[in-house]
Design a protein around this ligand. Sequence first.
Ligand code: HEM
Ligand code: HEM
Length: 185
Amino acid sequence: MQWINSRNGYGWLSIALHWLAAAGVIIMLFTGFRADMAGEAGERAARAAAMGLHISFGAVLALIFLARIAASYAQPRPAPIAQARPLQVLSAITHHGLLLALLIQVISGPLAVWSGGRAINVFDLFAIPTPFAVRNEGVHELAETLHAVGRWAIIALLSAHVLATLKHAMIDRDGVLQRMLSAKA
Ligand code: HEM
Ligand code: HEM
């Protein structure tokens, strides 16, 4: 069983973390925008419910996102697929950009809750108390701005990432999707 990446391809650890994190990002986008839309519509109870889910999932998924980022940089990178040099550069920028945007969300999300003087309530099972003695408006605004930047960065980069995957799978047929689906020694 090939757990760790090699020059020939991804190992199972990367593959599992990639798809777990991908599902996690979809959950975070869905619950975040659900809260946003309920807020816009003035539905306070629905906004609070969606935000409660967003924060609870966020607290759990943050561990997967951090493991995902660490595992990506701690392992050897498989050799890039043979394609035009500008596309190789674009692909590397997209991958590093996605991981950076994920890190921004994992830091700014909890900070937005804590700087508001609130604890992070995880599915009403337990709460992670805030390190802030009182609400800190400056930090709160910074966290919200970063969280908005990270969100739109993820949406832009993920769109490019998925379109590129479709191009590789349907037009180039060069095994790029295949190597993120099964490990090779
Ligand atoms: C991939 C990770 C994440 C994505 C894509 C994401 C996405 C979003 C979106 C779309 C909103 C908009 C809601 C609105 O405008 O009202 C939002 C808000 C929020 N998120 Fe996240 N989020 C992520 C991670 C987290 C984490 C880990 C936490 C905390 C545990 C968190 C806490 C919050 C909070 C408190 C807000 C409301 C304040 C604000 O709008 O900045 N988020 N997030
Ligand atoms: C459902 C949507 C997704 C599809 C179809 C997909 C597909 C792929 C494929 C085929 C690769 C292999 C590329 C290569 O070998 O050069 C890959 C790599 C990668 N993907 Fe995705 N992906 C998706 C979602 C995501 C999400 C949500 C993120 C990040 C938040 C992400 C981040 C990455 C990164 C950073 C790599 C580079 C490998 C690494 O460092 O682990 N992907 N993806």
